[in-house]
Design a protein around this ligand. Structure first.
Ligand code: SF4
Ligand code: SF4
Length: 45
């Protein structure tokens, strides 16, 4: 299984909001990344 470590890149971000408003991040409550890759796949950049 492929895993990811999410890292926000402000220089590429278009501030579309998909990664925070549409994706249900499973680590958001604990402010951790478990590497599911959902926000990475959703990001257009
Ligand atoms: S999905 Fe990508 S481009 Fe959109 S707000 Fe998140 S990091 Fe920025
Ligand atoms: S959606 Fe998945 S890859 Fe993105 S920050 Fe949350 S746990 Fe990490």
């Amino acid at each position: 299984m492929k895993t990811y470590i999410a890292q926000h890149n402000p220089q590429k971000c278009r501030e579309c909001g998909w990664c925070s408003e549409i994706v249900a991040c499973p680590g958001a409550d604990e402010l951790i990344c478990i590497g599911c890759g959902a926000c990475v796949l959703a990001c257009p950049t």
